[in-house]
Design a protein around this ligand. Structure first.
Ligand code: CP3
Length: 346
């Protein structure tokens, strides 16, 4: 059973409800990972999926940034690609290169090799990890669950590897829309069941990562990506707040703001006041510090963070990066980012 210890720090949940908080809350996308020496030490001993599948290891890695950097939320250590794995597709993580899916989905026959699984069975290790993390956190900060948006997961399932353009995934959709829609719906159904179980196991809120939504033109984004994200928001929002992060898809902020999500992640290529104009006043914005700016000298980081905080204002903002933290960021720079947010007085 999930533990129901009351949260000692619920700043992020308050911000998602639009309540006034004593300061802006902060966490960093991909905060559990490769810039932390404590993570590298575990990486040298266990393979990527061993780290994901062993609840004790996943718990330890999830807690590292809370202890070391002092963020206001933990995010489950896992990956968006455990979903295709659970659906029956082989997924490898090649060190220093990235994901490899040796049998990409390209035909009707390929589609027949995958299924919508029982997530309580195939992803039970994630649910076990969540229960353990909640216990170990003991209410210190909320736990964020997550999944990839169907379009982003589809990109990897069809392209078979990372890409700057995901041209094969796009052309698969444009050439075989019916088949592609079937696959997107299967991913959506799996993701809905998966996120609901994450919440049942103890996740306090969830984030949907659409890392490649911005590769689509605006109308296609709505049809190929957002339509499925909307189904996820509809299904999960009665259980927990949902943050949607569709990188590069600033053009769809009005539609996303009307989705029922509690928060929208934005990247660094849009000014906060424009994002606010597009999204309206009734939704929390999350972001949008350029992750590469964490490589600047600390005084410059502090100055830029203060500007970001002042631009977003005191309410309905969760400070974060505009995408995941880079592996070569020094830990004290990450800490400077977090500390500057915590010290800032609006
Ligand atoms: O945010 C966190 O700290 C929680 C853990 C987390 C990971 N992946 C762990 C991971 C989360 C939220 C993700 C999400 C994820 N995974 C996304 C969406 C967010 C984004 O950054 O766009 C995507 C597209 C993936 C797919 C993926 N997994 C890629 C492209 C890679 C290789 C490149 C990279 O970013 O590291 C992975 C591997 C991966 N997932 C690592 C980690 C810590 C690195 C593995 C290692 O070298 O130890």
């Amino acid at each position: 059973m999930p533990t129901n210890t009351p949260l000692k720090n619920d700043l992020i949940l308050k911000a998602l409800r639009g309540e006034t908080t004593e300061r802006t809350p902060v966490w960093m996308m991909r905060q559990a990972g490769r810039y932390l020496p404590e993570y590298i030490a575990l990486r040298n001993k266990y393979s990527f999926f061993e780290r994901c599948q062993n609840p004790e290891l996943a718990c330890e890695i999830t807690l590292q940034p809370v202890d070391i950097v002092g963020v206001d939320a933990a995010i489950l250590f896992s990956d968006i690609l455990v979903v295709p794995q659970a659906m029956g597709q082989e997924v490898q993580l090649i060190e220093k290169i990235g994901p490899l899916l040796p049998h990409p989905i390209q035909t009707l026959e390929d589609l027949a090799t995958i299924k919508v699984p029982d997530v309580k069975d195939t992803l039970s290790y994630v649910l076990e990890a969540i229960k353990l993390i909640k216990q170990e956190l003991n209410g210190r900060v909320p736990l964020i669950g997550f999944a990839g948006a169907p379009w982003t997961v589809f990109c990897y399932m069809v392209q078979g590897k990372g890409s700057k353009t995901f041209d094969e995934a796009k052309s698969f959709y444009y050439k075989n829309p019916i088949l592609a829609q079937q696959l997107l719906q299967m991913i959506t159904d799996t993701t809905i069941a998966y996120l609901k179980e994450q919440v049942n196991s103890g996740a306090d809120l969830v984030q949907v990562f659409d890392s490649w939504g911005g590769l689509l033109e605006p109308d296609d984004f709505l049809e190929i990506s957002f339509k499925y994200i909307q189904q996820i928001v509809d299904a999960v929002k009665p259980l927990a707040p949902v943050i949607v992060f569709a990188k590069g898809a600033w053009f769809a902020l009005p539609e996303m703001a009307a989705s029922g999500a509690s928060g929208l992640g934005i990247d660094w290529t849009i000014r906060p006041h424009i994002a606010r104009q597009y999204a309206g006043d009734n939704i929390t914005l999350q972001g949008n510090f350029d992750p590469a700016k964490l490589l600047a000298p600390i005084p410059e980081i502090k100055q830029s963070v203060k500007k970001m905080l002042s631009d977003f204002g005191p309410t309905r903002h969760i400070a974060n990066l505009g995408h995941g933290i880079l592996p070569n960021v020094p830990v004290d720079h990450a800490r400077a980012f977090v500390d500057t947010v915590k010290e800032y007085q609006h």
